[in-house]
Design a protein around this ligand. Structure first.
Ligand SMILES: Cc1ncc(COP(=O)(O)O)c(C=O)c1O
Length: 323
């Protein structure tokens, strides 16, 4: 048997299958980092299982990985497309017999120092390519040939509906901006924020507890997303992300920020440029990046169970998004 790839609209659906394959189900538990976006919990809840959290240090490496019989899977996250050191997870898996799920939602096309493609380094891995290229949706599950194929997932259908208008406007704006230097996408982003502020009181979208329990409506990937995934020139995409990373690094060198990663290793195709900064300094940071037409977001929206008592730096991580 060779390795297989299954496509979904969102990585959360791929994660459901990955966890199911490792034995996560009603009444048992999955171990995942506390430094994570709350949406990921929907996959665990969907299976009737519970989340157990481990903390990470400032390098985003795991601190203690708790052991108990009810834990059936451990999730290792390649934050921002940078390879997670799998060694502690492999030792944990050998000791406990649980499966490792490589969460590579951020790291499509990224490789580790041994040239291994992230998301394919463990028996099951998930990747959300919709986060790094402009598609309406798109994620995948990678299942290696060592996997237990008695619980192998099946490929869901493809969505061929018309693309939503808002998405088409964003895509066209991005194309015009790229070709003409007219900052259409930036203006669109600004207008959306102003409108949201007027209608909801918040400039940025606010997630709620519901995203910890509800999966997105449709698990089917759009045909347009799959076409883009297959036809993309991967070398150009990797170069684009690495180039932007260096540009942002230069621009932020004298800003009140601290990069999460000090180097950009060979092979890494970053999701964005992650850094730490105080909320009060954000406007200055955004000003220094204005010419690049990139968006700065805070990441992650922490799960409600870990929000109180989380280490301070969890709340200070921002991301210059390269999408
Ligand atoms: C680390 C991580 N894993 C998984 C996901 C889920 O990805 P998707 O939004 O494609 O379901 C996200 C984002 O929500 C994420 O940041």
């Amino acid at each position: 048997m060779t390795s297989e790839t299954f496509f979904y609209s969102h990585a959360r659906f791929a994660l459901v299958e990955a966890l199911r394959m490792t034995g996560v189900g009603p009444g048992n538990e999955a171990l995942l980092p506390a430094f994570i976006c709350r949406d990921v919990l929907a996959s665990i809840n969907h299976l009737g299982a519970s989340a157990v959290f481990y903390q990470v240090d400032r390098s985003l490496r795991p601190l203690e990985l708790v052991k108990r019989d009810s834990i059936k899977a451990v999730i290792a996250v390649n934050y921002f497309g940078f390879p997670q050191d799998l060694e502690p997870f492999v030792s944990y898996a050998i000791e406990t017999g649980v499966g490792i799920v490589e969460d590579n939602a951020h790291g499509w096309l990224s490789k580790d120092s041994e040239g291994r493609l992230l998301g394919t380094r463990t028996t099951v891995g998930i990747t959300s390519f919709r986060k790094t290229i402009r598609v309406v949706d798109g994620a995948l599950l990678h299942v290696s040939d060592h996997a237990n194929n008695s619980v192998s997932p099946h490929q869901v259908d493809t969505n061929t509906d018309a693309l939503p208008l808002a998405f088409r406007i964003r895509r066209i704006s991005a194309r015009i901006e790229r070709k003409s230097d007219i900052p259409l996408l930036r203006l669109l982003r600004h207008a959306t924020r102003v409108l949201r502020k007027i209608t909801s009181g918040n400039a940025l979208p606010q997630s709620s507890y519901l995203s910890e329990v509800n999966l997105p409506d449709d698990s089917r990937p759009h045909q347009d997303s799959l076409d883009h995934y297959k036809s993309l020139n991967q070398e150009i995409e990797i170069r684009r992300r690495r180039h932007l990373y260096s540009l942002v690094q230069q621009k932020l060198a004298s800003a009140p920020t601290q990069p999460v990663f000090t180097t950009l290793p060979e092979g890494v195709a970053p999701y964005g440029f992650p850094f730490l900064c105080e909320s009060a300094d954000l406007p200055e940071v955004e000003r220094s990046l204005r010419k690049l037409s990139v968006e700065v977001i805070s990441w992650p929206d922490l799960p409600s169970a870990v929000e109180t008592g989380a280490p301070g730096f969890y709340q200070q991580v921002r991301l210059v998004n390269f999408l």
